[in-house]
Design a protein around this ligand. Structure first.
Ligand code: 6GU
Length: 220
């Protein structure tokens, strides 16, 4: 899959997505990540990308034209364009699965008070990662790209891929434990030490169901 981000601060996305599983997915060619900086699509000596809001008010607004030109450069025939904004549709696992089917995603990241409203129609979807306000779309792009990248076939090991189907089925996972058996007086559940694979599978299934029910109750 190819992903491009239109951002004034490419390092905010490139750096976190160079580590761990997604970093390896990029090295191995499962994910190609590119950047287009609106500042590179300006004509004036100061490379201006923002200006004061019409009607007054605090903060600055990103100008439409540099974003438009960057998008024009990034766009291919099969691109799906996502505008990151706190007023967008809430991101979830079901949408991650949909986005993982796309050949090319383009994320437009606003910064400051946002982007001139007239760029909104250029996007196929407005997306938010939750009901709080970030300094810009970049940390949201990181979260969305991470969630999508791990669903690309081959990115996770075979073992993990099944786990992932479980989550797609709407369940959270049972808790995990590793060595030592007793840590600061706290023992690993007996069933996990039993060596009885059928019993362990049943234990994990019921803990997953309890955890999912408790999480849904908490969110209501
Ligand atoms: Cl996509 N952008 C900003 N600036 N804040 C957010 C967000 C996006 N999603 C949640 N908060």
């Amino acid at each position: 899959m190819r992903v491009d981000a239109i951002t004034l601060f490419p390092g905010m996305i490139d750096s976190p997505l160079s580590e761990s599983i997604v970093g390896r997915a990029r090295e191995e060619g499962f994910l190609e990540l590119g950047f287009f900086n609106p500042r590179d699509f300006t004509d004036d000596r100061h490379r201006t990308v923002d200006d004061k809001p019409y009607g007054g008010g605090t903060g600055m607004v990103m100008m439409a034209e540099p974003v438009y030109r960057a998008l024009k450069k990034a766009r291919k025939r099969n691109s799906f364009v996502i505008l990151l904004t706190p007023k967008g549709r809430r991101f979830d696992q079901a949408l991650a699965l949909e986005l993982a089917k796309k050949k090319h995603l383009i994320f437009i990241c606003g910064h400051y008070e946002g982007i001139d409203e007239r760029v909104t129609p250029l996007a196929d979807m407005e997306l938010s990662i939750g009901d709080y306000v970030l300094t810009g779309g970049e940390p949201a792009a990181v979260a969305v790209i991470d969630a999508v990248a791990r669903l690309i076939p081959g990115v996770l090991k075979k073992e993990d891929a099944t786990v992932n189907e479980t989550f797609a089925g709407g369940l959270l996972e049972a808790p995990h434990y590793t060595r030592p058996v007793v840590w600061r007086g706290n023992k690993v559940p007996e069933t996990l030490l039993s060596g009885n694979h059928k019993l362990i599978a049943e234990w994990r299934s019921s803990r997953a169901q309890e955890l999912t029910a408790a999480t849904i109750r908490r969110q209501l």
